[in-house]
Design a protein around this ligand. Structure first.
Ligand code: MRU
Length: 343
């Protein structure tokens, strides 16, 4: 295994973020020392993936404190700056949960805030490792094949999208480490290509056999029997199991249900939002039209066409065969998630 990637790293004076907009061609780091730069980095997907933006938001509280001290902000001004970080993107609940957790130490000052942010980061890696093991156990049992598995995934859920290791890609990495993975079908993930740019790059680093396929190929690949299970991440999971994830996910879940193969969601409990009753209450980020209407800065659609660019969709809980968190696997195809298990 190659050295573990750190998408989000505290340098002692600020944040170093791997610039995910430059991958796979350039591996460059962006230094963040102020709140505006952090908010911009989250919005432009320099740092992205629900747990990774949670970790960046956690350290964002420290950045606001340091900037406030440099620029003479009042505590209320610093809190207002933290609120801007918290709201930089609306769908992934990890951002709000992690900022709110660190804010419980705000009045104790910088050291306490940094200790809490480091705990957020450490616990996410631990959660990912636990999910990888339970998710792999569950899949091997559920698929019941004694040959290595063929897994389809969507978007990027690896080390880049988390504090380290990965959620859905963590399950994939665990299967690979056990010698129980044949191949990964990585959807390219239009329009920003997190699958082809980031997942394929991470799989290559790990020496994992994979195909990149157009998002539109996923259902056909599943219905032809070329996939044993789909494993995806999540940005917010409502109390009834409805799951918001990268746009295109719900089509995969429908195809899995039709084909009778498992659709596994891998997400830490920081992604579960028991205060949101169902998927209809999840705020789905609508991104700029140009991401759809242009390709690499060149207009591809007719000049007069409008673009519709929801960044996420909601998969009904009834289509989720299993949800793996750091606490284990829940088979939750119907009804409320068991809150006691998830708190
Ligand atoms: O817009 P993005 O790239 O932040 O979307 C990311 C996803 O949808 C991931 O699947 C999700 O955050 C889980 S990451 C472990």
């Amino acid at each position: 295994m190659s050295q573990e990637l750190r998408a989000v790293e505290w340098t002692g004076t600020g944040l170093a973020l791997i610039d995910q907009t430059a991958l796979p061609h350039r591996t460059v780091s962006v230094e963040v020392h102020d709140v505006d730069t952090l908010v911009d980095a989250i919005r432009r997907l320099v740092v992205r993936g629900a747990p990774a933006i949670g970790a960046a938001g956690a350290y964002g509280v420290a950045i606001a404190l340091l900037q406030g001290a440099r620029e003479g902000w009042t505590p209320a001004g610093t809190r207002e700056a933290v609120a801007r970080v918290r709201e930089a993107r609306p769908t992934a609940v990890n951002l709000m949960v992690c900022v709110d957790r660190v804010m419980t130490r705000f009045d104790e000052g910088l050291d306490a805030v940094l200790a809490e942010a480091a705990a957020v980061q450490r616990e996410d890696v631990e959660a990912n490792r636990a999910m990888g093991a339970s998710g792999a156990d569950w899949l091997l049992k559920r698929v019941g094949a004694d040959r290595p598995l063929r897994i389809l995934t969507h978007c990027n859920t690896g080390a880049l999208a988390t504090a380290g290791w990965g959620t859905a890609l963590g399950v994939v990495r665990e299967l690979h480490a056990r010698g129980r993975l044949e191949v990964v079908y990585a959807d390219e993930t239009r329009p920003l290509l997190q699958g082809s740019r980031l997942t394929a790059w991470e799989l290559l680093q790990e020496g994992i056999e994979h195909f990149v396929q157009a998002d539109g190929a996923a259902a056909g690949t599943i219905l032809r029997g070329e996939v044993d299970a789909a494993v995806v991440g999540a940005d917010r999971i409502a109390a009834n199991g409805d799951t918001a994830n990268k746009v295109g996910t719900v089509g995969i879940a429908l195809a899995c249900a039709y084909a009778g193969i498992p659709f596994l969601v891998a997400a830490p409990t920081t992604t579960v939002d028991l205060a949101t009753p169902d998927g209809s209450a999840i705020h789905i980020e609508l991104r700029g039209e140009d991401e759809i209407l242009e390709w690499a800065g060149t207009r591809t659609a007719p000049a007069a066409s409008r673009g519709h660019n929801p960044a996420f969709d909601v998969t009904p809980g009834s289509l989720v065969t299993g949800l793996v968190t750091e606490r284990g696997v829940l088979e939750v195809s119907a009804g409320e998630l068991p809150a006691d298990h998830l708190r």
